[in-house]
Design a protein around this ligand. Structure first.
Ligand SMILES: Nc1ncnc2c1ncn2[C@@H]1O[C@H](COP(=O)(O)OP(=O)(O)O)[C@@H](O)[C@H]1O
Ligand SMILES: [Mg+2]
Length: 248
């Protein structure tokens, strides 16, 4: 029997991991005080894997994924995603990079309030040359019946499902999820995590997810523990737990 990808993790790193971050540094200065937020971070993730950045509030998780996704810039270090050297890009190329390669899922959904569910997704799909079918993506996140609703008419979990559909519709190589279940109750969180695993499997999307929830780390192939701007431990999970069996 061929091992199921969601059950058996890839333990070896490929020669060219899809996400390859090395010696990433970032600091903020206010007045005379310089705070080092990232102190030389290294993160590598194979294509089609799920990675989790696990760390407490303030450890630098959002800063790290924003730099990987081209929303923010590092002071030094290298970021290569899908073979593209992100660290060297000017703003225009960063915008193209984000549009072509990265899907974002945020804690607070960030849907456009005066557009319907369908329109929120359409806006993104129109910008993409490799867009997936909108109805298919809405079906994947179980929101096909609510295509004409506005975000304010949806629960938090439903809004997050729409935001996953919006991120996935352009069929990005990499999906970056910053605390995607941070504002949701337990049952709804499991549903969202199950959908992220489904997206990973169905479309081969590499997922890098940020969380402070240790239980969520068990659904990842690789876990990077972040403390005060440093990776203090990297865990390779031998087996991946399906989201419906995670408990906290
Ligand atoms: N724009 C900024 N200016 C100054 N300090 C910042 C800025 N963004 C983040 N920080 C600081 O960097 C640290 C890490 O923040 P963040 O990456 O948001 O952590 P996390 O997502 O793990 O909670 C925090 O101490 C935060 O206060
Ligand atoms: Mg954060």
């Amino acid at each position: 029997m061929t091992p199921d990808k969601t059950q058996v993790a890839s333990q070896e790193l490929n020669e060219y991991p899809i996400i390859d971050v090395s010696d990433l540094k970032k600091s903020y200065t206010s007045g005379m005080v310089k705070t080092e937020v990232l102190k030389g971070i290294g993160v590598k993730l194979n294509a089609e894997d799920i990675g989790v950045i696990l760390g407490p509030s303030g450890s630098g998780k959002t800063t790290l994924v924003n730099i990987i996704g081209g929303i923010d810039r590092a002071d030094s270090g290298e970021v290569t995603v899908n073979g593209i050297n992100v660290s060297a890009m000017d703003d225009t190329r960063l915008t193209d990079y984000r549009r072509e390669h990265i899907g974002f899922v945020f804690q607070f959904y960030n849907l456009v309030p005066n557009l319907t569910v369908g329109e929120n997704i359409e806006v993104v799909s129109n910008l993409s040359e490799a867009a997936l079918n909108i109805r298919e993506v809405l079906t994947a996140v179980e929101m096909q019946d609510k295509k004409d609703r506005f975000p304010r008419e949806l629960s938090g979990g439903e809004q997050q499902r729409v935001s996953i559909a919006r991120a996935v519709v352009k069929n990005p190589k990499v999906l970056l999820c910053d605390e995607p279940t941070g504002a949701l109750d337990y049952e709804t969180s499991l549903h969202i995590l199950r959908l992220l695993q489904l997206v990973n499997k169905q479309y081969g999307t590499t997922i890098l997810m940020v969380t402070h929830n240790t239980a969520i780390a068990s659904l990842a192939n690789r876990v990077f523990k972040l403390r005060s701007g440093e990776i203090v431990e990297e865990i390779i999970n031998q087996t991946i737990v399906p989201a419906e069996r995670i408990e906290w």
